[in-house]
Design a binder for this molecule. Structure first.
Ligand code: UDP
Length: 325
């Protein structure tokens, strides 16, 4: 049987490009749609890159029809929590409205499977640090709300059509391709491990810790950091799962344990041998104290079994990429 083509939006970005690489290695036909606002042409190692926007309905409709797209993986989004606080409409526009636009085009074209990049930010401040998929959904920033609205649209559309979806709620994604071909290249990075690696290679003269008075053991925020390679693999399994006829699902993508900001910075210093200028500063807007995944569902449902569940390895790969940049 001829392999059906997969559309990957945001496939030139950090997470999308790693998924495209794994899809390509598995022999899938891929079209990448990216407006290159934060993505990079050279990060797309497989498939055909189309420059365009998920908000451009005629373009998307034509693309879906022309390539007879059966499955869509939707990564294109803005992802910076503090920016979502200062410029919320940017997030509702690109993350929510454009997802609606894409979904409308998918529904009209009869797309069967939709895999959506969601986020742990949909949980807000979990009462006991841990979030299961059925924990209350109470995002505390526009980024999380923009993604949750998209989850709801997907659920409602799936109930009213033949579309089946996989929602993957990412915890803190970090690291890079162990083969060193791609990594996180975003300028003006805000994510902790990336920022720390930039400090190691001299792109920054210091690193701030945003908040040291959180109700956590060392006072800094705790996150569940997941290696990009394991996260990307979850998408391959999610696609196979839906293609095999499975019903729609939502699953956390995390390891089920967390590290504080200080622990992460300690690891970056250990791995690099560099002594960083670390400064304690006030809390940043929109940060929950701790976010850790309950991570059973993805293992049971998809047979996912992480291969890089190790902070040292995550930091080592992130740093190797930063040095290459
Ligand atoms: N953080 C920090 N300094 C930085 C960047 C991040 O202290 O330069 C903290 C941030 O406040 C949060 C944690 O690191 O507690 C993870 O933040 P990041 O932006 O990496 O991911 P988020 O959890 O916001 O998606």
């Amino acid at each position: 049987m001829r392999k059906k083509t997969i559309l990957v939006t945001g496939g030139a970005g950090y997470i999308g490009s790693h998924v495209v690489r794994q899809l390509g290695e598995a022999g899938h036909h891929i079209i990448v749609l990216d407006n290159l606002s934060t993505g990079f042409r050279e990060a797309v190692l497989h498939g055909e890159l189309m420059e365009g926007d998920t908000g451009d309905r005629p373009f998307i409709t034509q693309l879906l029809r022309e390539h007879d797209i059966e499955s869509v993986l939707h990564f294109a989004a803005h992802i910076v929590v503090p920016e979502s606080v200062s410029d919320p409409l940017k997030y509702y526009g690109n993350n929510t409205c454009n997802t609606r636009n894409l979904l409308a085009a998918c529904a009209a074209a009869g797309v069967k499977h939709f895999i959506f990049s969601s986020t742990a930010a949909v949980y807000g401040i979990p009462p006991n640090m841990e979030c299961a998929e059925d924990s209350p959904l109470a995002p505390i920033n526009p980024y999380g709300r923009s993604k949750l609205m998209s989850e709801w649209m997907l659920q409602d559309l799936a109930a009213a059509s033949h579309l089946r979806y996989g929602v993957l709620r990412y915890f803190n994604v970090a690291g890079a391709d162990p083969g060193g071909r791609i990594g996180q290249s975003t300028p003006k990075a805000t994510h902790l491990i990336k920022v720390a690696c930039e400090a190691v290679v001299g792109k920054r003269d210091h690193i701030d810790i945003f908040g040291t008075d959180y109700p956590t053991p060392d006072g800094t925020c705790i996150r569940d950091y997941i290696h990009i390679e394991d996260l990307a693999h979850a998408h391959i399994l999610a696609l196979d799962h839906l293609r095999g006829g499975a019903p729609s699902f939502t699953a956390n993508c995390g390891y089920g344990h967390g590290y504080s900001v200080r622990e992460v910075l300690d690891m970056v210093q250990q791995v690099s041998g560099a002594k960083l200028d670390i400064r304690d500063v006030p809390r940043r807007a929109g940060d929950p104290p701790a976010l850790i995944a309950r991570a059973e569902r993805i293992r049971v449902l998809l047979g996912w079994s992480p291969r890089h569940n190790d902070l040292r390895e995550i930091v080592t790969h992130a740093l190797a990429w930063e040095r290459r940049l």
